[in-house]
Design a protein around this ligand. Structure first.
Ligand code: TXA
Ligand code: MG
Length: 346
């Protein structure tokens, strides 16, 4: 279906009775899809209980149908309807981290439309920590299935402009709530096993989860082991910028040498670097996405940085590696998936 794609910007602070939010909610009850901000990235929302609506998400994104969607809720009551039971460990995590960037995978009750779970017996649910997202879910009075609001394979959108770049003409409307804060998606945690398993690292770090529950495992597939990833989405090409991205692992001197080799070979190179490395390189074009010691800042700028370099201007994007502690695990997970190759020292 062809759409005009309206962009609506509700006034701040968000008022639940805002007519723009009510208008967007009405579209959702009419099985349309609407993009909205969350604290992580923009989501592409549709009524999670309606098959026609949910199928439109897959169409608009060009998303493979075997990749399940996260359902966004505003109340615990909505969670109870979507699952068979809430495991005690999930209850504890909701108390500690909701609303927030943590998706909990539980056994599905079958209440969600079939394409949401893509044939799995489980369902991923989260309560976003964003006043506009919560107001929209309440106004629509139904849970919203919402993947990131990018065309499949592209970096996730952290502003309404990014959503417009990818989806203008393909969706009914975009609610503009400004830039998102966290910048990387939610952590996806499987709570159906005795020890919960991180299927996708994200805004809540493993170290944070371990403050609340005694043991958390990481899906071995994330470390590059051969096992098939349990989170279906993890196997697809993702977050790809326009030009090929080379991820450099090693010292600053090694980065400098790699850059020189490429520029000597007349490659047009765009650099993504920490403030620390940027100060040493003094190179153009280069984007610094924050300090190595402030990884939350790097996370919040990561996707807009990946969208910045255009293929008309650069042949290769050379990007530094970041420490894997805390939200660094999510940053490196996304960069590794965005990269067409790794260049390692030694
Ligand atoms: O922060 C976020 O999570 C954003 C915002 C919009 O909420 N959403 C998001 O959705 O990142 P998406 O569709 O881009 O990624 C969802 C991930 C995929 O890797 C998918 O395979 C996984 O969650 N997932 C969803 N339901 C699942 C389930 N039942 N079991 C395992 N993995 C699941
Ligand atoms: Mg996504």
């Amino acid at each position: 279906m062809k759409h005009e794609t309206d962009v609506w910007k509700p006034e701040l602070p968000i008022n639940e009775q805002d007519p723009l939010i009510e208008q967007a909610a009405r579209l959702l009850t009419e099985q349309q899809v609407v993009a909205f901000p969350t604290e992580t990235v923009y989501g592409l929302g549709a009524d999670a209980t309606n098959e026609t609506a949910v199928k439109r998400i897959f169409q608009a994104k060009g998303r493979p149908s075997d990749n399940p969607l996260i359902v966004h809720v505003a109340t615990r009551e909505q969670v109870r309807e979507l699952v068979t039971t809430i495991p005690p460990v999930a209850e504890k995590l909701m108390d500690a981290f909701w609303p927030g960037p943590l998706t909990l995978v539980m056994e599905s009750s079958g209440r969600a439309a079939e394409p949401v779970t893509a044939g799995l017996s489980t369902i991923g649910i989260r309560m976003p920590d964003h006043p506009l997202a919560l107001a929209l879910i309440k106004a629509a009075d139904r849970p919203l299935a919402a993947p990131s609001a990018n065309r499949s394979g592209r970096p996730s959108p952290t502003s309404a402009a990014h959503v417009a770049q990818d989806l203008t003409g393909r969706i009914a409307a975009i609610l503009d709530g400004g830039a998102t804060g966290v910048g990387v998606e939610s952590t996806v945690l499987d709570c159906t096993t005795e020890i919960p398993v991180i299927l996708r690292p994200g805004g809540i770090a493993k170290e944070d989860l371990e403050q609340v529950i005694p043991r958390v495992m990481v899906d071995p597939a994330l470390a590059g082991a051969e096992d098939k990833p349990k989170s279906p989405g993890m196997k697809y090409t993702h977050y790809a910028p326009e030009a090929p991205l080379w991820l450099v692992e090693g010292s600053d001197t090694f980065f400098q040498a790699t850059l020189r080799e490429l520029t000597d070979a007349r490659q047009r190179v765009g650099v993504i670097a920490s403030e620390e490395l940027a100060a040493k390189l003094e190179y153009e074009p280069m984007i610094s996405c924050g300090s190595r010691t402030h990884l939350t800042e790097v996370a919040s700028r990561l996707y807009s940085t990946l969208r910045e370099f255009k293929k008309a201007d650069v042949d290769i994007i050379l990007c530094e590696s970041f420490p894997e502690a805390g939200v660094g695990a999510a940053i490196m997970n996304r960069l590794t998936k965005a990269a067409s190759q790794k260049v390692s020292e030694q």
